[in-house]
Design a protein around this ligand. Sequence first.
Ligand SMILES: *[C@@H]1O[C@H](CO)[C@@H](O)[C@H](O)[C@H]1NC(C)=O
Ligand SMILES: *[C@@H]1O[C@H](CO)[C@@H](O)[C@H](O)[C@H]1NC(C)=O
Length: 282
Amino acid sequence: MDKLPVYTTDGPPQRPKSNRARLFRLLAFLSLAVSLTTFTSFASWEGHEAAVVPKNAAVILQKCPGLDLKPAPPPDFNKRTTSDRYEAGTPPVLIKNATVWTGRVSGLEIIKGDVLLDKGLIKAIGTVKERDLADLDGLVTVDAQGSWVTPGIVDMHSHLGVDSVPLLRGASDTNSLKGLVQPWLRSLDGLNTHDEAYQLSISGGVTTANVLPGSANSIGGQAFSIKLRPTKERSSSSMLLEPPFTLNGTEVDPDQPPRWRQMKHACGMNVILDVTYLVPNI
Ligand SMILES: *[C@@H]1O[C@H](CO)[C@@H](O)[C@H](O)[C@H]1NC(C)=O
Ligand SMILES: *[C@@H]1O[C@H](CO)[C@@H](O)[C@H](O)[C@H]1NC(C)=O
C-alpha cells in the first residue's frame, strides 16, 4: 500500500453490520488460521525453527567477547609515561623530605623520603636520584619538612557540583522529583563547573569524586567520576576521570575491558520522605 487510507471524522453514516459481513469476517479468520498453521509446520520442518536474523547480526555478535571481560583499565595502563589528563606546560614537581603514606602493603607502608611528579604521574617515591632529575626542565622543588603526603582521597559517594556551593535553587541538581525510576538522568549534565566546593575539597585531600544523582528515587540516574582540579576548558566533560566512550568521540572496542559505569540506586529514608512529594496523599 503506497498511501494510508484517508480518514475523515464526518464521513458517511455507518450502515448497520449485516450477517453477510459477519460471515465474511469468520471465513477470513479461518483461512488466516489455516495458513498460519501450515506455515508453522513448514517452518519447524526437520527441527529447523524459522527466525528473522537482524541485518546487523554480525556487528552484534562482534560485541559478545566483551561479556566475559571484567571492567578494568586497558592492559598496558601501567606502562604509560604520560597521564591522559596531563596539561602541557605543567612543570615537574619534587616533594622532598616528606612522610609518605604510600597506600601499599594493605595501606600500612609509611616511608620518609621524596615524591617525584611529572607528566601527570607519580614517577618515583623514596630516594630520588640526582640523575633522574637531570632531564627535567623547570623542576619545582617543595620541602615538605617531614609533613605527611598521602594519595589523593577518592570520594566514592559524592554530590559535589550538583548540590552546588553556593546552594542556590536554580543550581540544585542532585534530585529530580519527577519520578521514581529515572535511569536516563546524568550527574554530568548538572555539574556546576564553577562550584566553590571543589577547591575546599582539594584542600582537605579529596582529588576525585564519584558524583551521583538521586537519593529521592529508587533509580536516580547515572553517576560520573570527576577530577576536582580546574581545567583550561572549564567544561563539565573535561573534568571527567574516565570519559565513557562516545562522550569523547570514540566507540567501544569490544576486545578491550569495559570501563565501570555507575547507576544510583537508593531505598533508604530519602525515598520514604521525598516520595510524599512524588505521590500525593500517600
Ligand atoms: C626533614 O624534615 C625534618 C623536620 O623538619 C628535619 O628534622 C630533617 O632534618 C629534614 N631532613 C632532611 C634530609 O632535610
Ligand atoms: C575515550 O574514553 C575511553 C574510556 O575511558 C578511552 O579508552 C579512550 O582512549 C578515550 N579516547 C580518547 C580519544 O580520549
